[in-house]
Design a protein around this ligand. Structure first.
Ligand code: PHE
Length: 447
């Protein structure tokens, strides 16, 4: 523990976990998933998954990370010596590489939009024209490749250049501002002509729309948005101080993350209906709707620039966190230097990110299992790999690990009274793993 630096303040530790969780998952992915999956019913399922699976799995990752102060593989080696359980996090490494590949494409879109906003390009067009512009630039191979790669290189430079902590600190200072801005946008959206219809779509559940893909989608969204199941939060928790309250921090991360997603929905759906767009438009939804929102807002130019800038920072804290998983692994398991580990991570991401970037243009007809590469990476990581990781971490913390270690971590060595201890343990041991398995079986049509 001594040679690892640790987080100096309590704020630092939780802020880093929130920084990882809050990102495009909340502002881009949540609205498009909710839009495709029927709105209100999806939201209810999503919140239920955050409570029943999300919080217990976050706590499980936190416990394992802080109990050992090691990265995932090292932690499992220590807690399960002589077994092969430490191979499990390899799946998380695969998931992190898949996620960064498609995530960086969307980050590229953010950079493009930021530049468009700054240069005044986000003025004087109809909603239809914005949709067309988006289609044009995402299907243009050189443009989308260029932005994706530029973002990945920037990410690599931040990870290498020793400015990571600095970026995270700036990003965390900016987070509250993002929050305030979202609230302003919510008020603006609610005043749009079809504000009520948007709210109705988001909050009025129509359970007749619930199919197995809606349930799987809601579970996948919970895992993705909370950065859960790939040992990302485990790694952050390995730097937590011993007086950090794990349960409270888990609840804080989950609540903040969910709040940001819901706010984003309140911004987007009233606008979707007011501008006559389709809620089920998919990954392009938010990018087609936002420019029209800014167009109509007083002072729209400033809002647009500020918003995309903040979103950029929120996204880069997330890409830093997902890159760290594979980089630490390459370093500690393959004995690579930090430099070559970062390089390898970046090269892999450039390669697969490139394929994802082309999925909207030249590779749009190249499909596996009916999905483009972008969609496939998104689907497999969020809906399969992360939940599988979740099953593993909850079973490990709930059943395999010695109970006294769990007790010690949850109560900080007996110093804390954790009133939710019993229900939480019940969720870690039974509810979370069982629910994930049930959702899988349902999805496979076996239930
Ligand atoms: N949770 C992040 C977001 O919502 C994405 C992420 C997933 C980050 C997995 C790290 C690991 O944007």
């Amino acid at each position: 523990m001594k040679e690892r630096s640790g987080f100096v303040t309590k704020f630092g530790a939780i802020a880093a976990a929130v920084g990882s969780a809050v990102g495009l998952g909340n502002i881009w992915r949540f609205p498009y998933e909710a839009g495709q999956n029927g709105g209100g019913a999806f939201l209810i399922l999503y919140v239920a998954f955050v409570l029943l699976l999300g919080i217990p799995v976050i706590v499980s990752e936190f416990v394992i990370g802080r109990a050992t102060h090691k990265n995932a593989v090292g932690a499992l080696r220590e807690l399960a010596p002589g077994t092969r359980l430490h191979w499990m996090p390899y799946m998380g490494i695969l998931a992190s590489l898949m996620i960064i590949s498609f995530y960086s494409v969307v980050c590229g879109w953010i950079v493009e939009y930021l530049i468009m906003a700054v240069s005044g390009g986000m003025r004087g067009h109809s909603p239809h024209e914005y949709a067309q512009m988006f289609g044009e630039f995402t299907s243009n191979p050189s443009r989308s490749l260029a932005w994706t790669w530029m973002f990945l290189l920037l990410n690599g430079v931040v990870l290498l250049g020793g400015v990571k902590k600095g970026i995270e600190r700036v990003a965390n200072l900016l987070m509250p501002l993002l929050f305030v801005i979202l609230i302003v946008f919510c008020v603006n959206s609610l005043m749009l002509p079809e504000g009520k219809q948007g709210l109705k779509f988001l909050f009025n559940p129509d359970f007749s729309k619930v199919t197995s893909s809606v349930v799987i989608g809601a579970m996948g969204q919970a895992f993705f948005s909370l950065s859960l199941g790939l040992s990302c939060l485990l790694t952050y928790a390995s730097y937590f101080r011993d007086d950090e309250r794990l349960v409270r921090s888990a609840v804080a991360v989950a609540s903040l993350d969910t709040l940001v997603a819901v706010l984003s929905g309140i911004v987007i759906f009233p606008a979707v209906f007011s501008y006559g767009m389709a809620p089920e438009a998919g990954p392009k939804l938010v990018f087609e709707v936002l420019p029209s929102i800014f167009e109509q807002m007083p002072g729209g130019y400033v809002w647009a620039v500020l918003f995309f800038l903040l979103l950029f920072f929120a996204s880069i804290t997330s890409t830093i966190s997902m890159s760290e998983i594979s980089i630490t692994f390459f370093q500690e398991e393959w004995k690579m230097t930090r430099r070559s580990a970062t390089l390898l991570n970046t090269v892999l991401a450039l390669l697969f990110g490139g394929l994802c970037a082309l999925s909207f243009g030249v590779l749009s007809d190249f499909k596996l299992l009916g999905m483009t590469i972008f969609e496939l990476f998104d689907y497999v990581s969020s809906n399969v790999l992360l939940p599988l990781g979740g099953v593993f971490f909850s079973l490990f913390a709930g059943w395999y690990m010695e109970r006294k270690v769990l007790d010690r971590e949850l109560t900080n060595g007996g110093r804390l009274r954790v009133y939710s201890y019993k229900p939480l343990l019940f969720c870690i041991r039974y509810v979370a793993p069982a629910a994930i398995v049930v959702v899988f079986l349902y999805g496979l049509g076996l239930l």
